[in-house]
Design a protein around this ligand. Structure first.
Ligand code: NAD
Length: 358
């Protein structure tokens, strides 16, 4: 039975079981670039929990700084913007997942556009190395920042569908790198026949993500600020912008499931697809959720000069629903409760002088 057939007949669980049974040998080498980071680390754990025995994780961060340490996984510290490192990383690979990029939340990507653009080196060398190593398939983590910014000027946005990336006017720096790298992946399929898969993530959050230091994204930042406000007794939170900007946020468990499903669906070869929640909230509503989890009322101050990104962005999930019969479903309130609890523990650990993720 071909993948097109199982797309239309099976539930998510069935689809996943079939994907892993039919395509992926449990001992085929899975290479995860960016395995020391948030999503890469979660993907390493995800595959290991599903019984895959040969996983190689690579990150340029020194090993003690990796967000997750998964026992039994080959963990290499390599700079994948270097061609030779990519060759080493892909040796013997069955599947290659590229989750490595120099990135962060709005504060980082608006300020460090060159660093963001230079991630083009990672994908360029890694995909070539994967191809030369004879890898079965290659996954690329793109972003909703690849979409045309002209379509995101109103908080009451129409959700973005896959065709909205062109005509192109991506986010400066980071978004253009994503759009170009998507095209590289598409051409490796068109010209060389390597199966490539591309997901456009919409804001991913959850435990084991960056929560401090300048690269954190809004969900983690709001949790941390609320915890700090309680700890200091100030009860004050500073919100970037005016709080009306809208976004959708995808819980990490949905993200790694989605990566697996997309990468094992032949209908999605070289077709960028949204991987995001369609639960749209304003930043003010995100703060409401944090307040209800924390059980406190915060005094809100707005910083109109801070980076804020586009006015509104949501994920149109028509394509993922029609092809995979699934979409990220974790309610924001539930995912935020888990994230808040994890950050509160990290905060306490840091205060006590114990090692933390960021
Ligand atoms: P992250 O920063 O936690 O992880 C990225 C990892 O890549 C880091 O650990 C970093 O050290 C590593 N890295 C950077 N440059 C490297 C290099 N030259 N060689 C080797 N490793 C290198 O970020 P994340 O949230 O896990 O994001 C993973 C991927 O998903 C990225 O491509 C990112 O652009 C994309 N994405 C993430 C989100 C999100 O909300 N987190 C949204 C859209 C797209």
């Amino acid at each position: 039975m071909g993948p097109a057939a199982w797309n239309s007949h099976y539930s998510y669980e069935g689809l996943l079981a079939l994907a892993t049974m039919t395509n992926q040998p449990k001992n085929g080498l899975i290479v995860i670039a960016g395995g020391g980071g948030f999503i890469g680390g979660a993907l390493v754990r995800y595959f290991q929990e599903r019984g895959f025995t040969r996983i190689r994780a690579i990150d340029k961060k020194p090993l003690p700084e990796w967000y997750q340490h998964v026992p039994g996984v080959e963990s290499l510290c390599l700079d994948l913007s270097d061609r030779e490192s990519c060759v080493q990383a892909c040796e013997g690979a069955w599947e290659v997942y590229n989750l490595a990029a120099d990135m962060g939340g709005m504060g980082f990507i608006e300020r460090f556009r060159i660093e963001c653009l230079r991630s083009v080196l990672i994908n360029t060398h890694l995909i070539e190395a994967a191809y030369r190593a004879g890898a079965e398939c290659y996954f690329y983590s793109s972003s909703a920042c690849a979409y045309n910014t002209e379509l995101q000027k109103d908080p009451k946005v129409r959700a973005l569908k896959e065709s909205d990336a062109y005509p192109a006017m991506a986010e400066r720096g980071y978004g253009w790198e994503k759009l170009f790298s998507e095209m590289v992946c598409e051409e490796y399929w068109a010209e060389r026949g390597m199966k490539t898969f591309i997901a456009r993530f919409h804001n991913v959050y959850g435990p084991f993500g960056t929560w401090a230091g300048g690269r954190e994204k809004a969900p983690a930042a709001m949790c941390r600020k609320a915890i700090e406000a309680r700890d200091s007794g100030s009860n004050k939170i500073v919100i970037w912008g005016d709080g009306t900007a809208t976004r959708s946020f995808m819980y990490i468990d949905d993200c790694v499931k989605g990566i697996d499903m997309i990468t094992h669906c032949e209908d999605l070869i070289a077709r960028p697809i949204n991987l995001g929640s369609s639960e749209l909230v304003s930043i003010n509503q995100l703060v409401d959720i944090v307040e209800s989890i924390a059980g406190m009322k915060l005094h809100r101050e707005y910083d109109p000069k801070a980076p804020r990104g586009v006015a509104g962005r949501n994920s149109d999930n028509t394509m993922i629903q029609s092809i995979l019969h699934w979409e990220p479903r974790t309610p924001l309130r539930d995912g935020m409760a888990k994230t808040y609890a994890w950050i509160a523990q990290q905060y306490a650990d840091r205060k006590a002088g114990r090692r933390t993720v960021s």
